[in-house]
Design a protein around this ligand. Structure first.
Ligand code: CAO
Length: 454
C-alpha cells in the first residue's frame, strides 16, 4: 500500500525551506527515520517518517518552500500508517527523540511495522531541556516534527539539524565553536568533520611540541619601503636552537654582582707582560677559570638530563663554551679542559677561538662537548640580561659590563668595580638553592682570584 507522507503542523510556519534531504528513491526507510529538514525564519525542523517501507517517489527538492499538508514523499508501506489514536500519545522528550534517532541510525528502530508518533518537541537549549508543544492535530501519515527553535541568547546563532546535534553530542563538540557552511550559517555534518580534523591536527602539533601559534606573515611593504635579505644558515640554525631550548627548558635567571676590583688591579698590572707575550688579558680567562673551579664544586651545574628525564649525566671533564659574536651570526666554540689550564693559556685560546669563529674556521669538534656556556656582553654594554640555556647543558652565565659602584663596607661607601653576572638555569635539574650557592661561590672566586688556584 502506498502512503504519502505530508508535512505536519510545523508551528504555523509557511513556506519553510527544504535545506536537507536524507533519503532517495528506492531507499528502505524506518519509522522515525529523518527524511528532510526544513527551515523557517526562526527554526529548523526535521521531518521523520511515520511509516516503514520503500521510497517510491520524492515530492520535494532542495530549496522548495513547504507548508503544513504539502507532500514530502510516497512510500510503499510495510504496514498501515499510524492512526489518529496513536498520534495522541504524550509528547516525547529530547532524550527520547535522540534515542529514536540513534536507533534509526543503527537500523534497529521500531521494526514492528507500526507507525511511530513523534509529538512536536521544542529544544530550548542543547542541555536537553525542552518544552513539549501540544500534540499536533490528528492527520494520518503526518508525523510531528522534531523541532529546533532559536537557542538561548548565546546560542541563538547556532543552526543545526538534530542529526548534526546528536553527532556533536557524541563527540563532545560545542556547536558554538563550529562555523556552519550551510545556508544562513547552518552547521552541516561536513562542518563537524572539518572541525574535528582541525582539532586533531592541533593536538598532534601540541604533542610534538610545535603547538605554538604561528606568527602571521605580514606584507610590510604595505606600510612603506622595505628591503629583504636572506638570513645566513647560521642565523637560522641559531633561531632553531634558541626556540628549542626556550620551549623545552623551564628557565630561571639569577643575578649577582661580583666585586672584581682586586682582579682588575691585578689584570691591569699584568697588561704589559701580556703584551710582551703577544697575549691579551681581558676578564674572560679569569671568569672561565673561576667557572671551572665553581663547576668542580657544584657538579650538577654541568650535568645533563638523559633517559627522558629519569637520569642525570655527571661529566668528569670541564669543557666550557664561549659565545662569540661574528658578522655571520652567533657561534659557540668550546674551550677544552678549562680546569686543567692556566690563565695565560686560556687567554690565548680565547683569542684564537674567537678569531677562528670570525673567520669561519671552527671545526664541528671545536663547537662540541661543552658542559657550560659563558656569554659575555661586557665589551658591548648593558647592566644585565637573561641568556638562554644552551641545551642539553643546564646552565649558562651572562656577563655584562663591569662598572664602579658604591659599596657599603659598614662604615662608608667604597668605589668598587662590580661585574654583573646573570645565571640562567634549567629548573628541571637545578634548584634555586643549587644556583644560588654556585653563583655566590663564583662571585667569591672572582672577588679574590687567589682562591682560584687553591
Ligand atoms: N666589563 C668591562 N669591560 C669588559 C668586560 C666586562 N665584563 N669584558 C670585556 N671587557 C673589555 C676588555 O677588557 C677589553 O678592554 P681592554 O682592551 O681595555 O682590556 C674590551 O672589553 C674588549 O674585550 P674583547 O671582547 O676583545 O675580549 P673578551 O675576552 O672580553 O671577549 C669574546 C671575547 C669572544 C667573548 C667577545 O669578543 C665576544 O664576542 N662577545 C660577544 C658574545 C655574545 O655575542 N654574546 C651574546 C650571545 S646571545 O646573543
Amino acid at each position: 500500500m502506498s502512503v504519502t507522507v505530508i508535512v505536519p503542523d510545523i508551528g504555523g510556519a509557511e513556506g519553510a525551506e527544504v535545506v536537507e534531504i536524507f533519503v532517495a528513491v528506492g531507499d528502505l526507510i524506518e519509522v522515525e527515520q529523518s527524511l528532510i529538514v526544513v527551515e523557517s525564519d526562526k527554526a529548523s525542523m526535521e521531518i521523520p517518517a511515520t511509516v516503514a517501507g520503500k521510497v517510491l517517489e520524492l515530492r520535494v527538492a532542495l530549496g522548495d518552500a513547504l507548508s503544513e499538508g504539502d507532500a514530502v514523499l510516497v512510500v510503499e508501506a510495510e504496514a498501515p500508517a499510524q492512526d489518529s489514536t496513536e498520534l495522541a500519545k504524550p509528547p516525547v522528550t529530547q532524550a527520547v527523540a535522540a534515542e529514536a534517532e540513534a536507533a534509526s541510525e543503527v537500523g534497529n528502530g521500531s521494526q514492528d511495522g507500526s507507525p511511530a508518533a513523534l509529538s512536536a518537541v521544542t529544544e530550548s537549549t542543547d542541555s536537553g531541556l525542552q518544552e513539549p508543544e501540544p500534540p499536533p492535530a490528528a492527520v494520518s501519515t503526518s508525523p510531528a516534527p522534531s523541532q529546533e527553535v532559536a537557542q538561548t541568547k548565546s546560542e541563538s546563532d547556532v543552526y543545526a539539524g538534530p542529526a548534526v546535534r546528536k553527532l556533536a553530542r557524541e563527540f563532545g563538540i560545542d556547536l558554538l565553536s563550529v562555523t556552519g557552511s550551510g545556508r544562513r550559517g547552518r552547521i552541516l555534518k561536513e562542518d563537524l568533520q572539518a572541525f574535528t580534523r582541525k582539532n586533531l591536527q592541533k593536538s598532534a602539533e601540541i604533542l610534538t611540541g610545535t603547538g605554538v601559534p604561528v606568527v602571521p606573515e605580514i606584507d610590510f611593504s604595505k606600510f612603506g619601503e622595505v628591503t629583504v635579505e636572506d638570513r645566513s644558515r647560521l642565523d637560522q640554525m641559531t633561531a632553531t636552537n634558541m626556540s628549542r631550548s626556550w620551549l623545552n627548558v623551564p628557565h630561571v635567571t639569577q643575578f649577582e654582582g661580583a666585586d672584581i676590583t682586586d682582579l682588575e688591579a691585578f689584570r691591569q698590572s699584568m697588561k704589559k707582560e701580556a703584551e710582551q707575550l703577544g697575549n691579551k688579558l681581558t676578564p674572560m680567562p679569569f671568569v672561565l677559570k673561576a667557572c671551572a673551579v665553581a663547576l668542580g664544586a657544584h657538579p650538577k651545574m654541568k650535568s645533563s638530563l638523559a633517559a627522558a628525564g629519569k637520569e642525570l649525566v655527571y661529566k668528569q671533564y670541564c669543557h666550557i663554551g664561549m659565545a662569540v659574536d661574528t658578522p655571520a651570526g652567533l657561534v659557540v666554540p668550546v674551550i677544552r679542559d678549562v680546569d686543567k689550564k692556566g690563565i695565560w693559556q686560556l687567554a690565548e685560546e680565547i683569542r684564537e677561538m674567537a678569531a677562528r669563529a670570525r673567520e669561519k674556521k671552527l671545526t664541528p669538534v671545536q663547537m662540541q662537548g661543552g658542559v657550560f656556556t659563558i656569554s659575555s656582553l661586557g665589551n658591548i654594554g648593558g647592566e644585565g640580561f637573561t641568556p638562554i640555556v644552551n641545551t642539553p647543558e643546564v646552565a649558562i652565565l651572562g656577563l655584562s659590563r663591569a662598572e664602579i659602584k658604591p659599596v657599603w663596607d659598614g662604615e662608608s661607601f667604597l668605589p668598587r668595580q662590580i661585574l654583573p653576572l646573570s645565571l640562567s638555569y634549567d629548573h628541571r635539574v637545578v634548584n634555586g638553592g643549587d644556583a644560588g650557592r654556585f653563583l655566590t661561590d663564583l662571585a667569591g672566586l672572582l672577588s679574590d682570584v687567589r682562591r682560584i688556584i687553591l
